[in-house]
Ligand binder design. Structure first.
Ligand SMILES: *Cc1c(COP(=O)(O)O)cnc(C)c1O
Length: 381
């Protein structure tokens, strides 16, 4: 018996059956970062807006076109918090946010001294809809000073519509595009992008605000740096949220690799989409891996099936993740925050799951994900 099972599980087969991980970040290699580290050695400038950070910010700003400025921060959560603080909104006023987002959005609102007001997302886009939010404003439990549309898993909301919303309502709009490095190219509204290792373009821990408003950029910069602005005088209550030259080195190497990496992300997405097309009950986000790319693959399933599909996939060695849990409103720390009706959020919580996705997802892994989904959702062919 022992011999038989040894033959049936040779090394290769064990490797093939290893769990398909839900994410496997890949940042620039040591080799790619080395030239930048050598520049740091030569300059002996390690933080406080050194040459590498200035270059990183300029290259990021370039992606948003003329007139855009970028302020980097230690992470996107800080960028969201400090952007809200820089807007100088009435303390304790409401900030409309989706509950269908990563908890960082709601944490940022709280850290900025505002109260999250959870509003439902659109059933199709999984994002706040400006027309729907405008209608709900009349039902808010208090004055609403700001709104944070969230780019769901990297899918950009319609910024033209959000600009019109801001013009009509005087409610300030801050875009949480943390996962939307690829799709974010418009800074006509203040927009925050994450450079975390798990995002599509990462440097470890980092984030940035892009904006066409020079006053906002300047105030956020002060808030990241003790309230300093050219002198050593603290001009406002602030924090330290600067990125070091070492982080900038990784970021510059990552940007060098981005055009090729972007193609790899698209190719991985196309392979997964193609294989999963055999299971028509699985729906991808509109444009995912086709018009825009991101580091996660969250799919829609028939209502109420997420738990069972997840169980079958786990049993097949295919890891999954509920990236946004059941929505922020159910988390204990946000339980006291006011909320609107959230039927779409509740439906998304029980009908979406994150599938394995990576820049170097192999054909064998793609096959295993598709096979497990077919097993979990039989019929309807
Ligand atoms: C990742 C993420 C954040 C937080 O970004 P950090 O850089 O990790 O702070 C915020 N909002 C959303 C929607 C995210 O996906």
């Amino acid at each position: 018996m022992t011999r038989t099972s040894a033959i049936r599980t040779p090394l290769a087969e064990t490797a093939a059956r290893r769990t398909v991980q839900v994410a496997r970040p890949r940042l620039p290699t040591a080799e790619a970062i080395l030239p930048y580290l050598q520049r740091i050695d030569a300059a002996r400038w390690y933080s406080n807006f050194g040459p590498l950070l200035m270059e990183l910010e300029a290259r990021l700003a370039h992606r948003f076109g003329d007139g855009a400025q970028v302020v980097t921060t230690v992470n996107a959560t800080q960028a969201l918090t400090l952007a809200l603080k820089a807007m100088d909104l009435p303390a304790g006023s409401l900030c409309a946010t989706p509950s269908w987002t990563f908890v960082a959005t709601a944490h940022a609102v709280r850290q900025a001294g505002l109260i999250p007001w959870f509003v439902d997302v659109d059933a199709e886009t999984w994002m706040l809809d400006p027309a729907a939010v405008r209608e709900r404003l009349a039902h808010a439990p208090g004055p609403v000073s700001a709104v944070i549309p969230v780019a769901a898993f990297g899918h950009m909301p319609d910024l033209d519509a959000w600009r019109a919303f801001q013009d009509d309502t005087a409610v300030r709009v801050l875009v949480d595009a943390a996962a939307a490095f690829d799709a974010a190219s418009d800074a006509s509204l203040p927009i925050v992008v994450s450079l975390h290792a798990t995002k599509v373009m990462g440097l470890g821990e980092g984030g940035f605000l892009a904006t066409r408003d020079p006053d906002l950029a300047r105030q956020v910069r002060r808030l990241t740096s003790f309230g300093f602005d050219g002198t050593r005088e603290a001009l406002c209550v602030a924090t330290n949220a600067k990125l070091s030259e070492y982080a900038a080195a990784v970021g510059l190497a990552a940007l060098d690799g981005w055009p090729a990496d972007r193609l790899r992300w698209f190719m991985a997405a196309q392979a997964l989409r193609g294989a999963v097309a055999a299971v028509p009950q699985v729906r991808f986000q509109s444009g995912w891996g086709a018009r825009w790319t991101t580091s996660v693959c969250v799919v829609g399933l028939p209502d109420g099936t997420a738990d069972t599909v997840e169980t079958v996939l786990r049993a097949e060695g295919v890891d999954t993740r509920r990236w946004w849990g059941e929505g922020c409103h159910l988390g204990a720390v946000f339980a006291d925050c006011p909320r609107d009706r959230l039927p779409n959020t509740e439906r998304l919580a029980r009908s979406t799951i994150g599938l394995p996705f990576a820049i170097d997802l192999t054909a064998a892994q793609v096959g295993r994900v598709a096979e497990a989904l077919a097993l979990a959702l039989p019929g309807q062919t």
